[in-house]
Ligand binder design. Structure first.
Ligand code: ZN
Length: 380
């Protein structure tokens, strides 16, 4: 049987369905308040959605105190399935999800060849393998570090070495037969937090990721920052430590030079006189190796300064910090907190900082959310 369709769905009916998708099960009163609808209008608008099978009423909880029990609305999250794939320099990381981005399975496939054609071939095989577990895939989302345009084109992909525009969505559509959307990887992760993650009930928050690079995006009044500079990686080059090492662009002690996993490993390797990985750098510092400890401590302080800079310039009350590089901040939580506090004012509001260890599949889940939004919002 065909799952209930979101198309064509317009105006307030569409807003109600999205509200239930993101917040459900959700009481009718809450939907009416959020969307500024009268109870009668809400009833009139939801009736056809319930009849079409898109929404359903869940058993109400017993009312607290007096009044009629509220009748929450929900969707069936397993009515549709999506695939999200994050592309790195070496691999495609894929997930199969339901329409609420719950991960059902994840798989990784290394690239035999890193050209656009080679990557498309690997991603198509990965999508076929993930999709074979369910009857039908509604859409495919792909994310990568770099600049994208209109969810279709990868304009600049630093880790893949692709330049200029690659029509990645069209190539994948051709190879898989699936509706496909492409977006910047941090923008995609931010959408996953905004709709289905820790930012779900937060109108204002920032996401910062450290790992191979430094990623950043911002949500204000429930809207994510967008524009041509998303994906340029501008936050990666803000200065954080005048005594820090140089980045590839020649800045001394910028975020990239201080906080990327590669930069920290290089700094500890130079200080200890032997090649070590990022993970080993943190271990050596924890074991008390003085050279490793000095480098790791400086990086943790820079991390706190970066978080203070974000809070001070955006006024957000909530920052999600993640990516593989967050292990540094988790291992030196106190240093990060102290340096953050030092960069704030006694008059400033408290900021909640979530140091979120996340498996690499979190990136792919972001790509799945690009696919979900493309379908649900009716993006071409
Ligand atoms: Zn730099």
């Amino acid at each position: 049987m065909e799952p209930p369709s979101w198309r064509p769905l317009e105006g307030q009916a569409h807003r109600i369905a999205v509200e239930v998708l993101v917040h459900g099960p959700v009481p009718r009163g809450q939907i009416a308040r959020r969307l500024g609808l009268s109870p009668a209008t809400l009833s009139r608008l939801t009736k056809p959605l319930i009849e079409a099978g898109l929404l359903f009423e869940v058993d109400p909880r017993p009312p607290e105190g007096r009044g009629r029990p509220s009748r929450p609305l929900d969707i069936d999250p397993s009515s549709r399935h999506f695939i999200g794939v994050k592309i790195t320099a070496e691999k495609a990381h894929g997930v199969l999800t339901d329409i609420r981005a719950k991960v059902i399975d994840c798989q990784v496939a290394p690239f035999a060849e890193r050209s656009p054609e080679g990557v498309v071939k690997t991603v198509a095989e990965l999508a076929a393998s993930l999709g074979s577990q369910v009857g039908q895939i509604t859409a495919l989302g792909v994310s990568a570090a770099g600049l994208t345009k209109d969810y279709q084109i990868l304009r600049h992909a630093p880790y893949l070495g692709w330049e200029p525009d690659v029509p990645l969505a069209a190539m994948l559509r051709e190879a898989t037969g699936l509706a496909t959307a492409v977006d910047n990887d941090v923008a995609a992760w931010t959408e996953a937090e905004r709709w289905f993650g820790d930012g779900r009930d937060r109108p204002d928050f920032a996401l910062v990721t450290t790992g191979a690079g430094v990623g950043y995006n911002l949500v204000t009044h429930r809207h994510r920052a967008s524009g041509p500079d998303v994906g340029v990686g501008l936050l990666g080059h803000v200065p954080l430590d005048p005594l820090g090492p140089l980045c590839s662009a020649g800045h001394q002690g910028c975020a990239e030079a201080m906080l990327t996993t590669g930069a920290l490993a290089a700094r500890v390797s130079a200080a200890t006189g032997r090649p070590v990985t990022y993970e080993r750098s943190l271990e050596l510092a924890a074991q008390g190796d003085p050279a490793a400890r000095a480098a790791v401590t400086a990086a943790a302080r820079a991390y706190g300064r970066l978080l203070a800079l974000i809070a001070n310039t955006t006024f957000v009350p909530f920052i999600i910090a993640s990516g593989e590089g967050v292990d540094l901040a988790i291992a030196h939580r106190d240093l990060v907190r102290d340096e953050f506090a030092a960069g704030r004012s006694d008059h400033a509001s408290p900021v909640e900082i979530l140091l979120k260890p996340a498996p690499f599949t979190e990136w792919a889940r972001g790509a799945a959310v690009v696919a979900i939004q493309t379908y649900v919002l009716g993006r071409a």
